[in-house]
Design a protein around this ligand. Structure first.
Ligand code: FES
Ligand SMILES: [Fe+2]
Length: 348
């Protein structure tokens, strides 16, 4: 059951990243989220509107229309909708018919992302929005982008939780020749860590530390339902307590990943890199963002080729080996969330 292609294999009662804050403007943005076409725009009071991208009348995508003030005017016969999806103008009728509306999705802007609740709107509690505070915390400097990836969202999550592909896909000259610590499973998350004591720092960290002395290093990836992965990378002078969580003498950064299912075979990957040093250097912020973008390029090639293989072999499961222990737990958490929503058959 771990790898076969399933449709709608994502929890629905969840917040998903739909756009970066800068993408939400007073203009129409079309994006498919969890197999649902959505049109997004920012109102004059700064709030973001998310509507089903399908006109009530003859189903033209509303994203082909135009904004008239804060109202969306369909590009076919000119029905107008307000930010709640209610039709407020209907040509050649005295007043709009009361049932003329499109679904609107709860939208919240937090940590530089626009989050949409894709399930029952009565359950849309903003307290459940995943914590990506490193994106706009004054103690951190961050920037990122969105990449559309032609694979099921779970393949990307697998990739982000897997350290073993580092040497092979990224041609790293470092040999990660040892296993990570056993993964730690919590109610809605799983973490996996690689820790190295008293090793030579890579050149980037030597420059930032201003020293060639040996360091302690760590790499900690954490998956949080429904589809968030945070990966902390850090160094500290050897013995300064960095490996046990003392961050006083350390330098660290996070790759922050919000993976939003688009269809069964594609997803939108909202990624950023955040760091806690040289916060005022915009040049470093841009350099690190571009570096993350280029590091991901070979991953994308692998993921999309993997997706093609899976489509050629429906029903063929992926296999797990030792390196997949965190990946396996993340997939179990997703399956449990689907079970809770009654959207997966009980295992026999
Ligand atoms: S299809 Fe939208 S107004 Fe007719
Ligand atoms: Fe990778």
């Amino acid at each position: 059951m771990t790898g076969s292609l399933q449709h709608r294999d994502y929890p629905l009662e969840a917040w998903y990243a739909a756009a970066w804050d800068v993408e939400a403007k007073p203009e129409l943005l079309a994006r498919t989220i969890c197999d649902t076409p959505i049109v997004l725009y920012r109102r004059s009071d700064d709030r973001v509107v998310a509507l089903h991208d399908e006109c009530w009348h003859r189903m033209l995508p509303l994203s082909m229309g135009t904004l008239v003030g804060d109202e969306l005017r369909c590009g076919y016969h000119g029905l107008r909708y307000d930010g709640f999806g209610q039709c407020v103008f209907m040509p050649w009728e005295d007043k709009p018919r009361p049932d003329a509306c499109v679904r609107s999705f709860p939208a919240v802007e937090r940590h530089r992302l626009i989050w949409l609740w894709m399930g029952d709107p009565r359950k849309a509690d903003p307290a459940l929005i995943p914590d990506l505070h490193w994106n706009d915390d004054p103690g951190w400097a961050a920037d990122g982008r969105v990449s559309r990836v032609g694979c099921n969202y779970k393949l990307l999550i697998d990739n982000l939780l897997d350290f073993s592909h580092e040497n092979v896909v990224h041609g790293s000259d470092e040999d990660i020749g040892f296993l990570p610590d056993p993964p730690i499973r919590e109610q809605r998350s799983v973490s996996v860590a690689l820790r190295q004591e008293n090793v030579e720092a890579p050149p980037f960290w030597q420059r930032e530390l201003g020293s060639t002395d040996n360091v302690d290093r760590w790499l900690i990836s954490r998956f949080v339902l429904p589809s968030i992965v945070t990966t902390e990378v850090g160094v500290a002078p050897t013995g300064a307590g960095g490996l046990t969580g003392n961050r006083n003498a350390s330098l660290s950064g996070f790759v922050l990943s919000a993976v939003t299912p688009e269809t069964a075979v594609s997803c939108n990957y909202f990624w950023s890199f955040s760091r806690d040093f040289r916060l005022r250097s915009q040049a470093l912020t841009s350099t690190l963002r571009e570096r993350v973008a280029s590091i991901f390029e070979p991953d994308q090639v692998v993921l999309e080729a993997q997706q093609c293989s899976m489509e050629r072999n429906p029903g063929r499961d992926l296999r797990n080996i030792n390196v997949d222990s965190a990946v396996r737990i993340a997939r179990e958490l997703i399956e449990e969330a689907l079970l809770e929503e009654g959207r997966l058959a009980q295992p026999r």
